[in-house]
Design a protein around this ligand. Structure first.
Ligand SMILES: *[C@@H]1O[C@H](CO)[C@@H](O)[C@H](O)[C@H]1NC(C)=O
Ligand SMILES: *[C@@H]1O[C@H](CO)[C@@H](O)[C@H](O)[C@H]1NC(C)=O
Length: 408
């Protein structure tokens, strides 16, 4: 405490100044340093790990469609999640012939079975250039691999990853235990400073990390070649992992901003094929949610899709009632929703029947009779004689068949 008397006051005053200086300048300095340190920790300029660039929609070539060809088929298979032997069983059941049939997958090829099984599925898909779309699990594997390639490009990165590989060599070990061990290891090992290179919320050593680490460059290339949406303008169908929105969810169905509330402008308004193509593209590209990678690999929207498509009443030339829309419906085939199981609506086909949970692996088989130009009845195709099958309506006025095998 300062006493009001001559010299001691001056002493007291200078102490106060020094204390003031120490407190503010020193503390301020520390705060500044902490701030800089935090900023340094957060300011790591992570490259883009998503690899979405310019790879949103791809067209299915018309040569793949079983139109005017009784022998050809399209076999679209649900979420495989590394269950390669179930895939083999399903393809045997359907008498899949790679010369004659085209396989399409709806994503999530890996990460629930063993790492080796996941790699087997990826190898089969990649070496046979199978068409398909990216699932949310494929995306995680892509991001881990892009991250690894970035780490490997940094001085010391290769050493760090290979030390981790050696420390946790068991590909299929207990992931939760490994996560705890890893946290402790970061605290004590000389690789502690690498921890900040792991983006927030990411956990090394999980299944996606392992698959990403085990993949050859060719398998990685295959995964990043997968678009988010596969569209067949001729077949009037679209493949996506989780779902697409058929309309802006916050606008009325008749709002002019809705792609299906009006006919698109084309040179010849009688060119139905062109009208349909433009309208399908408008749904895929003008609804913001459909261009959001997270949305199309994670949301479940088949009810809205089926409801909207059901209102499409074609180009009848009549005035449209509030209950109908000037459009032609098209079909979405998707996976992702294992909880719902097989989910068949008139304009949507949900194929994830939970194979990795010991349930079933399912496919929808399309042949010439699935498309409107068909000249014969479904089932005439001698190659589709699977006992576990269910016939469904498909597209404008065709049929398709659902085939599944048990994964138990
Ligand atoms: C994985 O499944 C595919 C498709 O049935 C098959 O061709 C391939 O031989 C399988 N791979 C292994 C390693 O069993
Ligand atoms: C899907 O749409 C059809 C009409 O096209 C309708 O009859 C059916 O009830 C709808 N399905 C579901 C599950 O909503």
């Amino acid at each position: 405490m300062c006493i009001w008397s001559g010299d001691s006051l001056r002493t007291c005053f200078s102490f106060t100044v020094v204390a003031f200086f120490l407190t503010f300048v020193f503390v301020d300095g520390v705060v500044q340093e902490i701030k800089e340190n935090r900023a340094f920790k957060q300011k790591i300029d992570f490259p883009d790990f998503g690899h979405y660039n310019g790879n949103f929609i791809k067209n299915i070539p018309d040569s793949v469609l079983p139109i005017d060809d009784r022998e050809k088929r399209i076999i679209a298979v649900g979420d495989i999640h590394g269950m390669n032997s179930s895939l083999t069983e399903l393809l045997d059941e359907i008498h899949y012939d790679s010369e004659r049939d085209s396989l399409i997958h709806v994503g999530d090829l890996e990460t629930r079975a063993t790492i080796h099984d996941s790699i087997d599925v990826l190898s089969f898909m990649s070496s046979n250039k199978i068409l398909g779309v990216r699932g949310n699990n494929d995306q995680k594997v892509i991001e881990w691999r892009a991250w690894m390639d970035w780490i490997l490009s940094l001085p010391g990165g290769e050493e760090w990853l290979s030390v981790m590989d050696k420390r946790w060599p068991n590909l299929d070990g207990d992931k939760r235990l490994q996560r705890v061990e890893l946290e402790n290891w970061f605290k004590t090992s000389k690789y502690a400073s690498w921890k900040k290179m792991v983006p927030a919320g990411w956990h090394p050593l999980g299944n996606h990390y392992r698959v990403a680490r085990a993949m050859s460059p060719g398998l990685f290339e295959y995964l990043i070649s997968l678009p988010l949406v596969l569209h067949s303008p001729t077949g009037h169908m679209v493949f996506v992992h989780a779902g697409l929105l058929s309309s802006h969810p916050k606008l009325q169905a008749s709002d002019p901003r809705q792609p299906l509330s009006h006919w698109p402008t084309v040179d010849d308004q009688h060119d139905i094929a062109k009208l349909r193509n433009q309208q399908e593209l408008a749904v895929l590209t003008e609804i913001p949610e459909n261009k959001d990678p997270w949305t199309v690999t994670n949301i479940k929207s088949s009810q809205l899709w089926n409801d909207t498509m059901s209102k499409c009443s074609g180009n009848s030339g009549e005035a449209y009632q509030s209950s109908s829309l000037p459009c032609y419906p098209f079909t979405v085939v998707y996976g992702h929703a294992a909880g719902r199981g097989l989910d068949i609506k008139r304009w949507s086909i949900g194929l994830d029947t939970g194979c990795s949970y010991g349930r079933r692996l399912s496919a929808v088989v399309l042949d010439e009779s699935s498309f409107s130009s068909a000249t014969y009845q479904f089932g005439d195709n001698k190659h589709v004689r699977a006992p576990q099958s269910q016939e469904i309506d498909f597209g404008d006025n065709g049929q398709a068949r659902i085939v599944s095998v048990s994964c138990a």
